[in-house]
Design a protein around this ligand. Structure first.
Ligand code: EPZ
Length: 421
């Protein structure tokens, strides 16, 4: 993933203007996996141009599907799915490839893939995924790092109680249950908007899914799914990132093609900090910050609709230059403070103790050479560099490109002095 490219930012410029929010990476990936279940060609609009989406398309090609892109529309022809193995290289490139397991199992009755393994956010266990699929009749053996999954006699409906509302496990069960024999019920399901988006797409294909968005989802298995056309929901984390970039530079932005209802977990926090931010007509958000912001006292990451873990790093970058002290508690991932040492290089004052990070606002940040270690931490460094005085160089752009379409082009279009070298 690492490449030699870097972003060069001359900070201190106010962001002003209008920015379009692209489609959600964390919806596009499960939707592309779901297309494996449809006997024909699916069409996805508002599909973001991201390296993770490219990786998902390469996995689809390995399975015998044909992918094509024109603009932000991606077509997947899955009439003849002939493969059931996901190559190790692609599994390593993107751990969320695990979401293909349920779909491939549902379509072909077997699947072979390597363990997604640990990543930049700490261990990425898949015990909830495997336990749920075994409940549905899958036989899964784990040897030499490979998962050999089969469904002798097909998958059958089951009652799945998730000990944690895992997004990926919820998606895998929905995909495996769509064409299983009988009805599956997921208790303590994830409630993220991406889950609702996946259910809506699958129902367009002929599935019978109800309750998505709530904690109990029922999936009545059907014989066969037909292809459908679907528009990917806007990316709520990219929306939050752009809002934080505006706030960090005391700028003024209008975001278009976004969904204000999906950011109820952190919009009020921005308001409490002193930003003026509110919905601005259909699919639009307005934000302006004219003064130094007040630090939010405590930020606890929670499953949706709570404060999203994916925006924690970016929010922390903003809090480094607020008045006062903030306490962050990262409840979702074990190791999601990799951005802290890099923010300290930019002049931030942060102390980490386990899941807790204490951020003391400083008068200003100053440019430095920093390195992104994962996707959202990278976006946090961009946010901080935009506010820092002087020049910053951010390496590890490969991580950032996984979740942001040409972040420098977007930010430059609203006044940032940022370029890729
Ligand atoms: C999805 O990851 C997102 N990725 C993540 O976004 C996001 O941070 C996460 O949900 C939480 O919202 C995609 O949708 C592709 P989880 P996922 O299963 O499904 C533990 C980004 O930056 N767990 O809800 O992997 C797990 O270790 C990415 O866009 C188990 O213990 O998240 C974690 O601590 C990063 N066993 C917690 O649950 C399992 O079997 C949440 O994981 C599965 C998960």
């Amino acid at each position: 993933m690492a490449n030699s490219q870097k972003l060069v930012v001359n900070g201190g410029r106010r962001l002003e203007g209008e920015l379009r929010v692209h489609g959600a990476k964390n919806s596009a990936l499960p939707l592309l996996a779901a297309s494996v279940l449809a006997h024909g060609e699916c069409v996805f609009h508002n599909c973001p141009a991201l390296t993770d989406v490219d990786a998902a398309c390469r996995i689809l090609s390995c399975l015998g599907c044909r992918c094509s892109r024109s603009g932000d529309t991606v077509c997947v022809e899955a009439a003849n799915v002939c493969g059931s193995e996901i190559p190790d290289g692609l599994m390593r490139e993107m751990r969320s490839s695990i979401v293909f397991l349920g779909a491939v199992l549902g379509r072909t009755g077997r699947c072979r893939l390597t363990f997604p393994g640990g990543c930049e956010l700490g261990a990425r266990p898949i015990d909830l995924h495997l336990a749920a699929l075994r409940e549905m009749g899958a036989v899964i053996s784990e040897e030499h790092g490979w998962l050999e999954c089969t469904a002798p006699g097909g998958l059958k409906g089951a009652r799945i109680a998730l000990s944690f509302p895992s997004v990926g496990a919820t998606e895998n069960v929905m995909l495996a249950a769509a064409c299983a024999n009988g009805t599956t019920e997921i208790q303590n399901a994830a409630r993220e908007p991406e889950i609702i988006d996946l259910a809506e797409f699958l129902n367009k294909c002929g599935a019978k899914i109800s309750g998505a968005g709530g904690s109990v989802i029922a999936i009545e298995g059907v014989k066969r799914l037909e292809p459908a056309e679907h528009s990917v929901i806007p990316d709520r984390i990219v929306t939050g990132t752009y809002l934080c970039c505006a706030a960090a530079t005391r700028g003024e932005l209008i975001l278009t093609r976004c969904e204000p209802a999906h950011i109820v977990g952190f919009l009020p926090v921005l308001e409490a900090m002193g930003c003026r931010v509110y919905p601005y007509g259909a699919g639009k958000l307005y934000i302006s910050c004219t003064r130094r912001l007040t630090a939010p006292p405590t930020i606890r990451t929670m499953p949706y609709p709570g404060f999203p873990t994916d925006i924690q790093a970016i929010f922390m970058a903003l809090c480094t230059i607020c008045d006062g002290t903030s306490v962050f508690v990262e409840n979702i991932f074990d190791n999601r403070y990799r951005h802290v040492p890099e923010l300290i290089r930019l002049g931030a004052s942060i102390k980490v103790e386990g899941r807790v990070a204490v951020v003391q606002g400083v008068p200003r940040l100053s440019g430095a050479k920093v390195c992104a270690g994962e996707l959202r931490g990278g976006a946090a460094l961009v946010t901080a560099a935009l506010a820092a005085e002087g020049t910053s160089e951010i390496s590890g752009t490969g991580f950032i490109d996984r979740g942001y379409e040409s972040i420098e082009t977007a930010l430059r279009s609203v006044g940032a002095d940022i370029s890729r070298r």
